[in-house]
Design a protein around this ligand. Structure first.
Ligand code: NAP
Ligand code: MG
Length: 405
């Protein structure tokens, strides 16, 4: 590599907290800046700066992401009572991820980074299973009542025009419980669009499943909207990319997933996604190898690691210890963002660099050189277990070699 790769449009860079902030700077210095003339619009989303700016910086960064189309985000502290004295905070601001997700109306996709020497718990899963969770409504925004005796339970809707729709839920014969849930067509459409956009960007099939045989109106609406958005806006693009959209019942989907070899996006309703994302993530091994991207229905991508700020490692690092924190998910957040920037700007060098960076890093781990978290899972046992800085040096050397070829 002689000259550094140039960028036409900047990335939105959202810096964060604690150990991931420390590694963030190291990843840029060791693995990105030597090869790419990095252009970013920088926002400091550290907890202290969010507090100092009354959270304006978070909103500004989300708007910049909407404008520029690609962002890369470091992990950030969601303030709780314990953090108030620790960082001398004035407020208990909401989760920045929640704020950004709401601003972008986006859906989060989680994808494991797979290496040959860390085997998933399900042996047939040789390719990643990407999970897309609808993060609005259903049981997460429910209204519940416990009733202490017999009576009539009804579902009532009063339209803006005063028209009333009323249905009997149950003539209750004794004490029991009731629950009301909702969703919005607009949110389901956004979810469908985000899934289909993401699948096109990754060139993977989409599976979607609900229980529409039982819930004909509610889950039936999810199925119908997904199909309508697919037919109207995506069918031709999917045919061209050689990928497909597949709908089935949720129990059938679960059974098929367990026997599959992976390599698809599993779009899940809110509750299914909550439960299944934890199952899929833990079966693939390590939180430090899970990437995450927020995709908005108008084609904006925000990349990050799925893990948090690795607080306990940070306290050890502050005491002068060299920790063996795994930077892979952070690196893949950067490579993901640079690749997407390349796709938007027709920057072939940037795309090639993102591919080489990922491959260079995977090759190091597959050669048996890794951080402590992976060492516990590796089969065969690792050749070398390094601290983050030694590991980053090994990565940098290998990426440099790969790029000079
Ligand atoms: P965490 O930072 O994800 O860490 C939990 C544990 O997972 C660590 O103690 C460590 O286990 C292991 N781990 C996670 N990432 C690792 C890595 N890269 N390398 C090696 N080990 C890794 O979760 P947390 O401690 O619950 O949360 C800390 C802070 O992060 C909180 O303030 C929370 O608000 C924030 N958070 C932010 C995001 C985000 O911005 N997206 C997401 C989640 C949490 P060992 O200790 O066993 O080594
Ligand atoms: Mg969960």
């Amino acid at each position: 590599m002689s000259a550094r790769i140039t960028m036409t449009t900047p990335l939105v860079e959202m810096d964060g907290d604690e150990m991931t902030r420390v590694l963030w700077a190291a990843v840029k210095k060791e693995l990105i800046e030597p090869f790419v003339e990095l252009k970013t619009e920088y926002f400091d989303l550290s907890v202290k700066n969010r507090d100092d700016t009354e959270d304006r910086v978070t909103f500004d960064s989300a708007r910049a992401a909407k404008r520029l189309g690609v962002a890369v985000k470091c992990a950030t502290i969601t303030a709780n009572d314990a953090r108030v004295p620790e960082y001398s905070l004035k407020h208990l601001l909401p989760s920045p991820n929640g704020t950004i997700r709401a601003e972008l109306d986006g859906t989060v996709f989680r994808k494991p980074i797979i290496v040959r020497n860390v085997k998933p718990s399900v042996p047939s899963w040789t390719k990643p299973i990407i999970l897309g969770r609808h993060a609005y409504g259903d049981v997460y925004k429910n209204t519940e009542i416990a009733v202490d005796g017999p009576g009539k339970a009804e579902l009532v809707f009063t339209g803006k025009d005063g028209k009333v729709v009323r249905k009997t839920i149950m003539e209750m014969s004794g004490p029991g419980i009731l629950q009301g849930v909702h969703n919005l067509d607009s949110s389901i459409e956004s979810f469908a669009r985000a899934c289909l956009i993401y699948a096109l960007s990754e060139k993977v099939d989409v599976w979607f499943a609900t229980k529409d045989t039982v819930s004909k109106t509610y889950d039936g609406r999810f199925k119908a909207i997904f199909q309508r958005v697919f037919d109207a806006e995506f069918k031709a693009k999917f045919d061209k990319a050689g990928i497909s959209y597949f709908y089935t019942l949720i129990d059938d989907a679960v059974a098929r997933v367990m026997k599959s070899s992976g390599g698809f996006l599993w779009a899940c309703k809110n509750y299914d996604g909550d439960v299944m994302s934890d199952m899929v993530a833990s079966a693939f091994g390590s939180l430090a190898m899970m990437t995450s991207v927020l995709v908005s229905p108008n084609n904006c991508f925000e990349y990050e690691a799925a893990h948090g700020t690795v607080q306990q490692h940070y306290y050890r690092w502050k005491k002068g210890e060299k920790t063996s924190t795994n930077p892979m998910a952070l690196i893949f957040a950067w490579s993901g963002a640079l690749r997407q920037r390349g796709i938007f700007d027709d920057g072939r060098d940037l795309i090639a660099f993102a591919d080489a960076l990922e491959k260079g890093c995977l090759d190091v781990i597959e050669s048996g050189v890794m951080t402590g978290d992976l060492a516990r899972l590796a089969d065969p046992a690792p050749a070398k277990v390094l601290d983050s800085w030694q590991f980053m040096d090994a990565l940098s050397e290998n990426v440099r070699k790969a790029l000079s070829r």
